[in-house]
Design a protein. Structure first.
Length: 255
């Protein structure tokens, strides 16, 4: 069976898939150097585990957002009519504890969109080092993108540090990309290694023009329209008049 068919089926069934070696060694090294410089500019190392904003105003990130082989890979997965949404750098330094379970889809007020098999929002996770359990690799709960998943009605505190048996470690090589459905519950292991574990997290919205109008308005309002020359058609636009959606992460006291 075609590899893309297998990956696409896994993304819809489990809420994630891995596309191997999207970035070559040279590109990984360049992005790694960029990340090290960016982290070094942060005034407080204790805050490095929090998301650090990135954007197309950084040439390294602009190139990554529109990278042709990445867009082609997403199209092979059935993810078309894409728009850029956001980007962050996440870095777990040695000794950092686990990253608790959470999910990132904000549109649960829109039932039809939220219950489609196609992800309404995805993250592309570019790990800049090989990842494994000891240095804080990604963990996912396969299938937890479903609207009826039992954690949806609970506050984060009820499950953030849980150890469910069905959890899966997603260990990857530098240069691989994890495609993650924003609705799936995920976290990370503690970093027990002696090295920092860094990932660039780029967020896209597939099927933008199929979304509910308030969601399109919300997403377009979150992205700087001046970035159009940098993002080659990936800037979300909305010119209607409906009220902007309010973020709803689907469970009480989510954020």
């Amino acid at each position: 069976m075609n590899d893309w068919i297998v990956r696409s089926a896994q993304l819809r069934r489990d809420g994630y898939c891995v596309v191997p070696q999207v970035l070559d060694r040279r590109r990984v090294d360049l992005l790694g150097a960029f990340a090290e410089r960016y982290i070094a500019e942060r005034p407080d190392d204790d805050k490095i585990s929090a998301p650090m904003p990135l954007g197309p105003y950084q040439p390294e990130i602009a190139e990554l957002i529109v990278r042709p082989n990445v867009i082609e890979a997403l199209n092979h997965l059935g993810l078309e009519d894409l728009r850029y949404y956001s980007a962050v750098l996440l870095s777990a330094k040695p000794g950092d504890g686990i990253g608790g379970w959470h999910q990132d889809w904000f549109g649960w007020d829109y039932k039809e969109t939220s219950e489609k098999s196609r992800p309404p929002e995805i993250a592309l996770l570019y790990y800049l080092v090989d990842t494994h359990r000891d240095n804080g690799c990604l963990r996912v709960l396969p299938g937890s993108q479903r609207a009826d998943f039992e954690w949806r009605s609970l506050p984060l505190s009820a499950f953030a540090l849980a150890e469910p048996q069905e959890a899966v470690d997603v260990a990857v090589r530098a240069g691989d990309v994890v495609v993650l459905d924003a609705r799936v519950f995920h976290g990370r292991h503690a970093n027990r290694s002696s090295q920092r574990r860094t990932v660039l997290s780029l967020w896209y919205v597939p099927g933008f023009n199929d979304l509910d109008e308030p969601l399109r308005a919300y997403i377009a309002g979150a992205v700087n329209q001046d970035w159009k020359p940098l993002l080659q058609g990936l800037v979300p636009e909305y010119t209607g008049q409906v009220p902007v959606a309010k973020a709803n992460y689907g469970h009480p006291n989510a954020y």
